[in-house]
Design a protein around this ligand. Structure first.
Ligand code: DCP
Ligand code: CA
Ligand code: CA
Length: 352
């Protein structure tokens, strides 16, 4: 039995602020740009659930939030502090996992397939993780449990706030049945619109779509969309970005979704990484591409390469990962290329 969990912090930035501003109490609070008495520009990054009762949401103009509730507590964003809290949280979660993959500042997938032998056990295990994050860091989280990444992520959305939701393999179909396609993990607003125009409004309808037609319209992603609508997702949990690896990152001059510009950045990074590998006399087996978007969400993609890898293979693979997975609805801000699973030229495993 494959058991995957997605652990996501509740209202993360504001939850961090609550740790150091206990005076927030049960008042509505918002992290974002300065509302300047309703004249401010910029957006709400997040808000606590009390503020959500006023209709305030992430991404909303800060002026609209101010209109909805001028008396809420407005706080400026402090990425450095949230990163510190994030690190503490990940250190709590990591020991629970066989495989651990941090997907963004407040969220991680874990594979616990071997540790768990029944769904009941999985629920108890999730409760333990939940309670330990709360007692050690003071932050509430929600946990989705399912047979793959897709289902655990979507289960977590249902678990929010402060809950645990399990979707058993045999419940997947019913879980997805009447769901709007826009609610499916990985489908953004624009894609949902396109799908609806094509006649696929619910996940059920998309599950029955003709794969060839979908591939004509969406490329290889079309195939994955239909699989996902059927609850099928065999993506692995990819081990951590930092360990035993070499990496280079690059922040783009301007956030962009221009494929050729991003392609150039990938070529540059690939060449730099290969230089590092040559200096250290090592080759690699696993390539990871990290895309950080303008809204600071991240996409971490990985692929194993069988043969000894040269610079062309590295760059081509990184570009392929990009093409197949990029979210064109968002602009990319930063790109990282990492190689891991390193072997020195004599064939011995090397730990860096
Ligand atoms: N974030 C942001 N801009 C957005 C969405 C999110 O800056 N449009 C930031 C603030 C969030 C953090 O990323 O705290 C994590 O995003 P989530 O989508 O996980 O949302 P929250 O943790 O804020 O709320 P939830 O309880 O719904 O997970
Ligand atoms: Ca969250
Ligand atoms: Ca999140």
């Amino acid at each position: 039995m494959r058991t995957i969990m997605l652990i996501d912090m509740d209202y993360f930035y504001v939850a961090c602020e609550e740790l150091r501003h206990p005076e927030i109490g049960d008042k509505p609070a918002i992290v974002g740009t300065d509302p300047k008495g309703g004249q401010g520009r910029g957006v709400v990054m997040t808000c606590n659930y009390k503020a959500r009762e006023f209709g305030i949401r992430s991404g909303m103009p800060i002026s609209a939030a101010y209109k909805a509730n001028p008396n809420a507590i407005y706080l400026p964003v402090d990425f450095k502090y949230y990163d510190e809290v994030s690190k503490k949280i990940m250190d709590v979660i990591r020991p629970f996992a066989e495989k651990f993959e941090q997907v963004s500042v407040d969220e991680a997938f874990i594979d616990v397939s071997k540790k768990i032998s029944s769904y009941e056990e999985a629920q108890d295990y999730a409760k333990k993780i939940h309670d330990e994050v709360l007692s050690k860091v003071g932050i509430k989280c929600s946990i989705g449990i399912g047979p793959n990444k897709l289902i655990s992520k979507m289960a977590c959305e249902k678990a929010k706030p402060n809950g645990i939701k399990l979707v058993r393999e045999e419940e997947v179909k019913a879980f997805l049945a009447d769901m709007d396609v826009g609610k499916m993990y990985g489908i953004g607003g624009k894609t949902a619109e396109r799908l609806k125009k094509m006649g696929y409004s619910t996940v059920d309808q998309l599950a029955k779509a003709n794969k060839m037609k979908m591939i004509e319209n969406f490329g290889v992603w079309g195939n994955e969309l239909v699989n996902n609508a059927n609850g099928v997702d065999d993506r692995e949990i990819v081990e951590n970005w930092e360990v035993k690896s070499m990496s280079r990152e690059f922040t783009l001059e301007k956030n962009t979704s221009d494929d050729s510009e991003i392609g150039k950045a990938i070529e540059y990074l690939g060449n730099e990484v290969i230089k590092d590998l040559t200096t250290q006399q090592v080759s690699f087996r696993t390539l990871t591409l990290k895309l950080r978007y303008g809204d600071f969400t991240e996409h971490i993609l990985s692929k194993s390469i069988r043969v000894n890898s040269d610079v062309t293979t590295l760059i081509d693979t990184a570009k392929k990962l990009y093409r197949e997975n990029v979210n064109h609805e968002k602009k990319v801000r930063k790109i990282g290329v990492r190689v891991s699973n390193l072997t020195n030229f004599k064939g011995q495993k090397k730990i860096i």
